[in-house]
Write a protein that binds this ligand. Structure first.
Ligand code: IPD
Ligand code: CA
Length: 356
């Protein structure tokens, strides 16, 4: 079992209050939970780096075959000893401090048979101990721990620590979104840049290949690839669907995709197939920074419909960065315009789930 470098802070948060709903959580309660979550994120990030250092300094090679990991659904869906140890560390710390809070962690959840959506209105920690596990096994620095705290079904605290990048993202409802605790997000604030007038052209488009690699003519993989090509292709190409985005990026970590959207480094993130622990902390961060999250699949009347909220467990997400006003529109209008332009170009994906 790994040991954290730093001890967790002590706090006056009373465990007799810790099963209350959002309405009953005072500002001070939330501040205490936030402080605890930030320290937990730092400690868990230290554990990830400790494991990475052991790999770098030890006898391991960069050959992924030499790393101790197990397959879950298929050979690209993997879990390492570090995922399990860091999840156990976080779970243990949370249950000692807040014994009546709910806890959903990727590895304990995936080990069970049910794929039901379990988040309800109760105070719930939603945790991915290591997002970007494939990156981690290949020494690609885009991996992180992702810790969210949700009440009334909504993530209100997000802590994301990418220790190899020296990037700690933190947010709490009403208290802003931050990089390394001092830099407010989005990065450019004076003013927050508007969306390009001809978005998605001029935008950075972030997407993920995901884990569904089945070779089916109209399956998720081929629909994703078709959507990526539509977004990248020159304007006028692909029967009018060409988006000519500035760049297509795939970090290999849904959590960091959302964090980079909150920074403003990505304009658009579109993804199907990940789960609530991959996005909960990122949702909290992005919302606090002023971004917008909706559903990945284009609704039938996508040109005129009200923009629906993303379902946390819906596995289909489209996120837009914080945007300032342009000459003829508000930032929100520009975000909605961009969403419709993305929907025009992407295919429906099929990631169903019981109860959602
Ligand atoms: C995965 C990553 C990846 C996304 C997958 C996730 P993991 O999480 O976030 O970018 O495409 O859907 O499952 O397995 O590295 O924690
Ligand atoms: Ca993970």
């Amino acid at each position: 079992m790994l040991v954290a470098n730093e001890s967790l802070p002590t706090s006056t948060y009373a465990s007799s209050r810790d099963n209350c709903t959002m309405a009953e959580i005072t500002d001070q309660d939330l501040a205490d939970i936030y402080a605890f979550a930030v320290q937990l994120g730092k400690d868990a990030g230290n554990l990830l780096m400790q494991a990475m250092r052991q790999r770098i300094d030890g006898t391991f090679t960069t050959n992924p075959a030499s790393i101790d990991f197990a397959e879950k659904e298929n050979s690209v869906d993997i879990v390492t000893k570090t995922d399990n140890e860091v999840e156990a560390f976080i779970h243990d710390a949370v249950s000692k401090r807040f014994p009546s809070h709910q806890f959903i962690g990727e590895e304990t959840y995936s080990a069970g048979a049910s794929r039901e959506y379990l988040v309800d209105g109760r105070p719930t920690w939603i945790v991915d101990p290591l997002d970007g596990t494939v990156n981690f096994t290949h020494l690609f620095p885009m991996f992180c721990v992702s810790i969210a705290f949700a009440v009334n079904g909504k993530p209100v605290i997000g802590v994301i620590n990418a220790p190899f990048m020296n990037q700690l993202f933190t947010s709490c409802k009403g208290r802003g979104a931050w990089l390394n605790e001092t830099q407010p997000l989005p990065l450019i604030q004076n003013p927050v840049p508007p969306m390009p007038a001809n978005a998605p052209s001029g935008c950075t488009f972030s997407c993920e290949w995901g884990k569904d690699r089945r070779d089916r003519p109209d399956g998720n993989l081929s629909r994703k690839v078709e959507s990526f090509v539509n977004m990248a292709c020159e304007r006028g190409g692909r029967g009018g669907k060409g988006g000519m985005v500035h760049g297509v990026r795939s970090l290999g970590s849904a959590t960091l995709d959302l964090a980079y959207t909150a920074m403003g480094s990505f304009d658009i993130w579109w993804e199907g197939g990940c789960w609530e622990w991959d996005v909960a902390a990122g949702f909290a961060l992005l919302e606090e920074a002023g971004g917008l999250v909706t559903i990945a699949n284009p609704p039938e009347n996508y040109e005129t419909c009200t923009i629906p909220d993303a379902h946390l467990g819906g596995r289909l997400y489209l996120a837009i960065r914080p945007a300032g006003p342009g000459p003829d529109e508000t930032g929100r209008e520009a975000q909605e315009r961009t969403i419709r332009e993305v929907w025009k170009r992407v295919r429906d994906l099929d990631y169903t789930r019981p109860g959602v």
